[in-house]
Design a binder for this molecule. Structure first.
Ligand code: EPU
Length: 423
């Protein structure tokens, strides 16, 4: 397991040109949801390709606190067994560590008719309400109350399938409601569901456990409730955000990388923009090859729900645009505070102005090494990418944020030719 110590620092030598081959790890956001799904059965759920990242560790601790068994098997896969779940109340200190933890609510409520939790933690990337989750539970017949700092959902007679409209196509909201609905009585239709690949993968996982979900990948999910789910052995999809981060890094540094297992089938928006910026990208069944071209062209983009450009790639792409020739305009349409990276890049010499949820980047600028912070997992990735092209040494503080989402980051960087030390 990884460490979850706050702080930590990377010392990165700049003017790197990335080259080589890197294997993309399992997807954080699919792994976290899949771990919560294990609460829906008494049988073993074995997940392969779960990344060694601190968000997985904190969710594992939370599931253990509920009474589940969570352990790595000798082959590296993660075994989860929820036969002995003894409490339906998520401990606040663990729930506040990451936002995905709130997704224990749906499975607990669906299976046991009771669930309680404080509001979720996670990155400070804007208003992150949970109204969509709670109103979905209520629509299925749960009574939801706020008791002190906790939300409590009760459905002693079980949940009943119904039509649930998502006021916003929230990723974890869709997953939470879906995990409650798979064991509800009758049929649930989720209208305006999120279609992110991780949501689709969760649908496939639940179906492999005996659920009956159709409409996978559309904004309308139909779920026929079943009495119980069974165990499963499944593989976590490769992380499209990690793959995107490395693809951007290759382009930004004028390097060349082969990204083993990159899930390019779900990365169209990014590949489209990288090609517009001048990158050469070829895809093949086992991954994709990315080569940066010079000069990098300025491109504007909006961060949108899938299949638009992922908000989790906004900050890394913003870092790339500091090296592009001309003016690029960015609009963030998913979260209202994803601009934290801007101030850090400015410390390194970037010319970026941001107002509200938009930014204007002028380039190319010669960035210079200095001391900066990883302010959230993706803002951290942005400063790391900037450090790769900067002149001199960059010290990145608070890299525990990067540990939440990127597996063996420094090790991977070294294999790509970067001089980086962890302190
Ligand atoms: N929203 C609502 N009401 C709700 C829930 C969300 O209005 O009840 C709004 C939020 O305010 C936000 C937007 O919906 O503006 C998107 O939030 P969403 O609920 O879709 O995001 P999430 O489920 O909290 C997941 C990922 C994020 C990723 C987003 C968007 C997990 C654990 N997290 O968050 O990942 O950015 O979807 O794709 O799956 C990351 O990996 O760095 C990360 C933050």
């Amino acid at each position: 397991m990884t460490t979850r110590v706050r702080g930590g620092r990377y010392i990165v030598q700049g003017e790197a040109v990335l080259h080589g081959r890197v294997r993309i790890s399992g997807a954080k956001n699919h792994a976290l949801a899949a771990m919560c799904a294990a609460l829906l059965t008494d049988e073993d759920v074995i997940l392969e390709n779960v990344p060694y990242i601190s968000d997985v560790d904190s969710l594992a601790d939370l599931l253990r606190a509920l009474g589940a068994v969570v352990k790595r098997l000798p082959d590296g896969s993660l075994l989860l067994n929820a036969a002995r779940v003894a409490t339906f109340e998520a401990p606040t200190e663990l729930i506040s560590e990451n936002r995905a933890s709130f997704q224990v609510m749906g499975p607990l409520l669906g299976r046991y008719g009771f669930a309680a939790s404080a509001p979720p933690g996670g990155d400070v990337i804007g208003q992150r309400p949970i109204d969509v989750h709670l109103s979905g539970f209520e629509a299925m017949g749960a009574a939801v109350t706020r008791e002190g700092e906790r939300f409590v959902a009760r459905a002693p007679a079980g949940l009943t399938g119904t039509r649930v409209f998502m006021d916003y196509p929230s990723v974890s909201g869709t997953q939470n409601v879906m995990m409650a609905a798979v064991v509800a009585r009758g049929k649930t239709t989720i209208v305006n569901a999120a279609t992110e690949p991780e949501v689709q993968e969760l649908c496939h996982l639940l179906n492999a456990m005996g659920a009956r979900i159709t409409g996978v990948g559309t904004q309308m999910l139909e779920i026929d409730g079943v009495e119980r789910l069974h165990g499963v052995r499944a593989r976590i999809m490769p992380d499209r955000i990690e793959a995107g981060t490395w693809a951007i890094a290759a382009v930004m540094t004028g390097g060349e990388l082969f990204l083993d297992e990159a899930p390019w089938e779900v990365m169209d928006a990014l590949l489209h923009k990288l090609r517009a910026a001048g990158a050469e990208i070829t895809t093949e069944p086992g991954g994709m090859h990315v080569r940066g071209g010079r000069p990098i062209r300025a491109v504007s983009f909006q961060a949108l729900p899938y299949p638009g450009l992922a908000t989790d790639l906004h900050a890394p792409f913003g870092a790339l645009l500091t090296q592009a020739n001309g003016v690029s305009i960015i609009h963030e349409r998913v979260f209202d505070n994803r601009m934290l990276y801007v101030s850090e890049l400015r410390k390194m010499g970037a010319e970026i102005v941001s107002t509200g949820s938009s930014a204007i980047v002028s380039g190319p600028t010669q960035l210079h090494g200095t001391r900066v912070r990883a302010l959230d997992v993706r803002a951290g990735a942005a400063v790391l990418l900037a450090a790769l092209v900067a002149q001199g040494t960059t010290i990145i503080d608070d890299i525990y944020h990067l540990d939440r989402g990127y597996e063996r980051l420094d090790e991977k960087l070294r294999t790509m030719g970067v001089e980086v030390e962890r302190a």
